[in-house]
Each structure stands twice: as C-alpha cells, then as structure tokens.
Design a protein around this ligand. Structure first.
Ligand code: GDP
Ligand code: MG
Length: 602
C-alpha cells in the first residue's frame, strides 16, 4: 500500500475509560466484526485480562476504511498494555505508530496513567487526537474535561471528538479524525529491510507469531531474516495481518504493520524492540530504543503437595512459552521442599502468573514473600572472594559480618489525586519512606512526585492508594537506580523455628512495625494447636515482636452446645478441608493463605 494511504495509531487511556469498547466499535464500523461478535470484547482476549479489565499482551488489527473523500485507507490499530508493570511494551507499541487517540472518560477526567502515556506519545512525536468518551453518562462534563486536557496535558481540545463507545455515537468522526489528522508513515520501500519487533505470542497452530512494524524495505514469505539484538537468523514462512482474524498477505512493506511467523518455537527467542533485517542485505544500524527486559520482583513458588513439583515445572514452562518476561529457576527450601524462584516485571505480573498456574493448571501453590533485587557490597571471606552480589532471595543473604552495604532499588512515582485525599496519600508515602519531590495543583487536583524504595511499593502500595482515595488516585512509576539503605533481614519464627518463606529484607526504621504486623496477622491465620505457639519476628538473634497463639481445647465441636448435628458435621468437614491446604512446620501447621496474607501490610 502507498504510504499516503496508511495510518498507524494506538489508543491511550486510563483503565476503564473505554479503550477496548472503542476499539471494538472501530472494528465493527469498518466491517471486521458483526454485531454478534461484538458482544465480547475482541482485543482483550485472555480470560484474566477480561476479568481484570487490563490488556497484558498488545494486540493489533488492520482496518480498511473508506473515508468521506471516497478513498480507502489502511488503518493499523495497535492496542497497548494497560498497566505500569508493562511500560516498556507500551513504549514499543507507541514507537510503531504516528499518532494516538487519547480517550478520556467524560465523567472521570484526566488520570495519572493517561498522563504518563501521553507524555510517551508526545516523545514519539505523535499527533494526538483527544476523544472524550462516555458522553451518554448523566455525570459527563465535556467542557470540564476539555479544560483539563488543555491545562493538564497542554493539548488543544476544542476539536476533541465526542463519543459514546457504548452506544456507538461519534465512531465515524473518530475514523475521519484518524485519516485527516494523523500523518501517514514515512519509509523507503527500496532500502534494506528494517522492521521493529513490537510483540510476540505463542499460537498452538502457528508457533510464535511476531507483530512487526516495517520501517524500511519489504518482508516476504521465504525471506531469510536476522534479529539484530538476538543475533539469530530465521526463514519467514508466513506474512499476514489480523482483521481481527488472520489474513495471509504476500508482503508487508515500509510503513505497514503486520505479523510474521518463522518456525520459532519459543517466545523467549524474540525480544520486544529488536530490529528485524534481511540476512543477506542487512541494515547498517538497528532501530533505537531496544532494551533487555529485566524482572524486578522475585518470589518462590512451591507446590503445596511435593508430588506436584514436575507438574509445576511443566506448567511454568508452558506459560513461559508465551511470556518471556518472567524468569524461573529451581529452588529448594528446608521447609517447603522443591520449587521455583521466579522473576516478574511487577507484582501484578506475579499475581497474573500465579493465578494462571492455579486456575489453568489446577495447582495448589505457596508463594513466598516477594522481594526486589538488592545489591550487596561485601568483604572477602575465607571461602568466598566475591566483593558484590545481587540478592534475589532473602534466604541467600550472606553472613551479616561480610556485608559492607546493602543497596535497594528506588522508583520515581507520579500520583495524581483529588484534593480531599491528599493528606492521607502524603501520609502513606511518608510511611513508605518516600521523599517528596514535587507537589503541584492542576485543575483542582494535586499532582505528587515522590521518590520511593521499590520494596515499599511492590507489596500493596497500589491497593492502599486505591482504597484510601476510593479509587480516585492514579499512580505511575519508573525505576531510578539503586541507593544504599539501612536494611536488615527479618526472620519469622513459628514455635521457635525460622520459616524461611516468610523472611524478608526490611528497613531498620520500619522493621519493628512490619514485624509486629506480621506476627499479629499470623496469629489470626494460624489455627490453634493442642499446645501454645509463640510467633516471633527477629533481626539476627534479637526478637523485635512477639505474639502467642493459645492452646486449643481438644474438641472443635465442643463449642456447639446442644444437638445441632449438621452444624457439627460442617465444622468437622471444614477442619478436614483446612488440613489439606496446610503446610507442616515442625509440628505446627500453617495454612497456605497465611503466606500471602501475612505480607499485606496494615
Ligand atoms: P478500558 O479499560 O479502557 O479498555 O475500558 P473498557 O472498554 O473495558 O470499558 C470500561 C467500562 O466502561 C465497561 O464497563 C464499558 O462497558 C464502559 N464503557 C465504555 N465506553 C462507554 C461509554 O461510551 N459509555 C458508557 N456509559 N460506558 C462505557
Ligand atoms: Mg481494555
């Protein structure tokens, strides 16, 4: 297709502002979908994505749209992942486009996640078309939202397109705006092939499918290609595009977006942001912006039933086929037996993988305390020459006498919230050792910039923020490097035995509060036994917090006075079931839920 007839664009929006609904409408309007197929959202296709309302893997779709000028254009709509954990993937999707639709909920207004993506979009020199969606809502305030877009983002909004994606209002106007306002791509069809690897996923029939944006040159079936960062060569066996069903094409040329397959078995062989070139006539330079993705949060996953270890390995390997951004290696723990140490892009990513293992593969798992990656400066010991190490697991912490310094990763967070919640949000950031960098007011809302230790954020910061602001605060972050901190390893002892799955690295200043919280929660989570159970938090040999679980009376049904047999039965059944999901520690049983629940900070 001629460059002047192509438009590549993405939709950026805060979660729930209507991105998926609008995307589906655009597909429907241009004939890609029937009304019946519209009933379920097409671009968010994974079950968990649907439930949580976030896109994890970017999808893309090609639309043919005949505009008011009578000319038919090729529109490539790139979907972008919708969560802070996947910021790099978002940046590659945006790099593949010339413009973006900025969807803002007419009743909610501009949110922090929107802002972060808009700034990225502006950095890519995008033409941004504001779309004010949900104008059908009684609470819609179009003029206020227009003013916000102008004040907060600095984009003119008088020509914003007004839509109701739900009732199908303004969809043609959106398509016209894409054609008339977003510029066509540039590129040279006759230059050596240069294409960006935007995303990849595993398809059981096709193998690894790669989404590409061709910058220069042409890619065809039978061509030998080279991945410049990975250094590998492959033979293209299919080129096509999604409409949203796969359509086979003869070529994808400069300016176009499409998919290829090249008999690749694992997604791990394809790196998002890599440059694809012709093996025989390679491009001189790769495209800018490639980054190796690095997991930032690590935890151990252990089967509750030791016999499930091989099943867990198979399931993890299967998931990894489709998600190269998480890592795993075997780990053994004195208490938990054999399992895997896994690395994730963030806590949400961790939860998604854990949920899929539980749900799709029917596994009962114990998740150990998530940990960020610490950098340790060490003195030599008699047996070990190493002067530094990266610590992914508190259980691997070397002897404290060898540690000269512990450094922890920090982030810069941007929080955006209505005024009334500012006080409690400031307190939350302060409690998490935050350093305030900026506090500004824009359009009746506060914009906060804080530097925070990642360790204080990964557990439950986002949830806490949402709950104290009743969902109105939004949050975005990026890493800013490691900094030295007064950090110590805190162990949890149950009945005098350390439970390694619960040990964690904490800041000395917050250790006592964290330790007390852990002990209190464990006291509620661990059932009574026939004997008294002390629960202690300790740093080195020093106990900093302590709770005791009183001994149980022998008969659980004793408290059901009288003759309600069915109630007694139920209670006994419940007790039996509870037992199946327990982990024995010495002679103490700890329920599986305790491991995760204990980590939620109070
Ligand atoms: P996304 O998270 O940005 O992809 O948002 P979705 O497209 O999943 O929409 C979030 C919710 O808003 C869903 O319940 C939609 O049905 C609803 N929604 C989307 N567009 C509109 C609209 O124009 N009007 C109304 N009233 N609701 C909408
Ligand atoms: Mg969505």
């Amino acid at each position: 297709t001629e460059l002047s007839l192509i438009r590549n664009f993405s939709i950026i929006a805060h979660i729930d502002h209507g991105k998926s609904t609008l995307a589906d409408r655009l597909i429907q309007q241009t004939g890609g979908l029937t009304a019946r197929e519209m009933t379920s959202q097409v671009l968010d296709n994974m079950e968990i994505e649907k439930e949580r309302g976030i896109t994890i893997k970017a999808q893309t779709v090609r639309l043919d749209y005949t505009a008011k000028d009578g000319i038919t254009y090729q529109l490539n709509l790139m979907d972008t992942p919708g969560h802070v954990d996947f910021a790099y993937e978002v940046s590659r999707s945006l790099a593949a486009c010339e413009g973006a639709l900025l969807v803002v909920d007419a009743a909610q207004g501009v949110e922090a996640q929107t802002l972060a993506n808009v700034y990225q979009s502006i950095e890519h020199d995008h033409e941004i078309v504001p779309v004010i969606n949900k104008i059908d809502l009684p609470a819609a305030e179009v003029d206020k939202v227009k003013a916000e877009i102008e004040e907060i983002i600095g984009l003119p909004a008088d020509n914003a397109v007004l839509t109701s994606a739900k009732s199908g209002i303004g969809i043609d106007e959106v398509l016209e705006a894409v054609v008339t306002r977003i510029p066509p791509p540039k590129g040279d069809r006759s230059a050596p092939l240069k294409a960006m690897l935007v995303d990849s996923w595993y398809d059981p029939y096709l193998g690894v499918v790669i989404l590409i944006r061709v910058i220069d040159g042409v890619i065809k079936k039978g061509q030998e290609i080279q991945f410049m960062a990975a250094g590998t060569k492959h033979l293209v066996d299919r080129v096509g595009c999604m409409r949203p069903k796969l359509e086979i094409l003869t070529e994808i040329a400069a300016g176009e977006v499409g998919i290829i397959t090249a008999q690749i078995k694992e997604v791990a062989q394809t790196r998002v942001g890599d440059t694809i070139t012709d093996a025989k006539r390679p491009a001189a330079e790769p495209l800018p912006g490639f980054k190796e993705v690095q997991p930032v949060v690590f935890c151990g996953l252990f089967p509750t039933d030791a016999a499930d270890f091989e099943k867990l390995r198979e399931s993890i390997s299967k998931l990894r086929l489709n998600d190269a951004s998480f890592s795993f290696e075997t780990e053994s723990s004195a208490a938990l037996g054999f399992g895997f140490r896994c690395g994730f892009l963030g806590l949400l990513h961790l939860e998604i993988i854990q949920e899929r293992l539980t749900r799709e593969f029917d596994l009962d798992l114990i998740t150990t305390a998530p940990s960020v990656v610490y950098k340790l400066e060490l003195s030599r010991s008699k047996t070990d020459d190493a002067r530094s190490m990266e610590l992914h697991n508190p259980a691997d912490m070397p002897d404290v006498n060898r540690i000269d310094e512990i450094q922890e990763p920090w982030i810069e967070a941007t929080i955006y919230c209505p005024d009334e919640y500012l006080g409690s949000i400031l307190k939350l950031c302060q409690d998490r050792r935050g350093v305030q960098k900026q506090l500004t007011y824009v359009g009746g809302r506060a914009q906060l910039v804080y530097e925070l230790p990642l360790n204080e954020v990964v557990f439950d910061f986002y949830d806490r923020l949402k709950s104290i602001s009743r969902g109105y605060a939004s949050f975005d972050y990026h890493q800013i490097g490691h900094r030295a901190g007064d950090l110590v390893k805190m162990s949890i002892l149950v009945n005098g035995d350390p439970v390694d799955a619960l040990s964690m690295i904490v800041h000395r200043g917050t250790a006592e509060a964290r330790g007390r919280g852990m002990c209190e929660r464990l006291k509620d989570l661990i059932p009574r036994h026939l004997f008294k159970i002390p629960i202690q938090a300790a740093i080195g040999g020093k106990v900093i917090a302590r709770e005791t679980i009183a001994a149980m009376r022998k008969d659980v049904t004793a408290k059901c006075y009288g003759g309600d047999i069915s109630r007694k039965k139920k209670l006994l059944e419940k007790q039996k079931k509870g037992k199946a999901r327990m982990r024995e520690y010495g002679n103490v049983s700890i329920p599986q839920e305790a491991f995760i629940a204990a980590l939620r900070m109070g």
